[in-house]
Ligand binder design. Sequence first.
Ligand code: NDP
Length: 336
Amino acid sequence: MSCPKRRAMVQAKTWVLTERFEGFPKDSNFRLQLEQLPDPKDGEMLLEALFLSVDPYMRAYVMRIQPGEVMMGSQVAKVIKSHNPSFPVGSHVVGRCGWRTHSLSDGAGLTLLQADWPQEVSLSQALGGIGMPGLTALYGLEEVLDLKEGETLLVNAAAGAVGSVVGQIAKIKGCKVVGSAGSDAKVAFLKDLGFDEAFNYKTITSLEETLKAASPDGYDCFFENVGGPFFSVALPQMKQFGRIAVCGGISLYNDTTPQTGPYPHTSMVFKQLKMEGFLVNRWQHKNPEGIRRLLAWAKEGKLHCREHVTEGFEKMPSAFMGMLKGENIGKAVIKV
Ligand code: NDP
């Protein structure tokens, strides 16, 4: 007996990787491609993307997908057709569906957004301050650094999705916060958020002198997002027994040959530093509680989750490359 044909219901737009990035990504690395999706089967749903995320990990992890495959990435989507009772029509999910406007899913790996998500908080925040980047900030500060009231924290890429939340949570915890970012507009944003000190790393004459002036006694904690020369200059500014959370190294991701620099041993030994790398999903079991806490801070007005919104699915590659160039203040998202 032949199976009944599944009628193509929806035409999905997708962005496919044409070839692996060589250095900084370029337009020709991406191709817009149409795909016909059949009706969802039993247990499946049809999702329609509302907001998509562009993140630095897409540059760092691109070797995990083959040319010809859809670019990796998360999105907030609406369930528009469902044969899965756990995901009713009209509900919203966060899922790693890739760069595509529509997807079929059996629910694996999807997170259902709480039905009482506050109206005043855009659903796109589930990709930003009330989502993975916000949780990265929270876990880096609490689980890795164990940040204490009264301590001084340094964070770089501070005006971005993770960094801007790092600084605000550190202020909530009663700490002194010093942040660096790549434009004067970003520095003004950090000051508005309540950072004690903020500077434009592109226009200062000496990073060492700037870090010393911002905190003459040094730093208890360093939330490291950048790597490269910034890291090498910051390390000797740590206090004795200082702690460093290595969250990322965005200045390294586009390198075709590895950077070399001063080795960290002298500072690590003589300052007796502790350094730990981490991935946000280590504490996945804490996500529901983490999201609740971030949402509560946002509703109390203690956490501001600024977004850099690009309109149009067609602009995904330029939004991605723009984020890598530093065009975003806050979380870079695409509104379909
Ligand atoms: P952002 O929103 O901060 O966007 C990236 C920012 O990086 C740009 O806006 C730019 O800001 C800065 N940047 C780009 N190139 C350089 C460079 N050469 N030197 C210094 N800064 C640069 O991204 P996210 O907040 O999403 O990510 C921040 C970091 O956190 C990244 O390293 C990322 O890989 C990491 N991360 C790690 C996770 C984990 O689980 N460990 C999870 C999520 C993110 P500017 O104008 O200030 O230069």
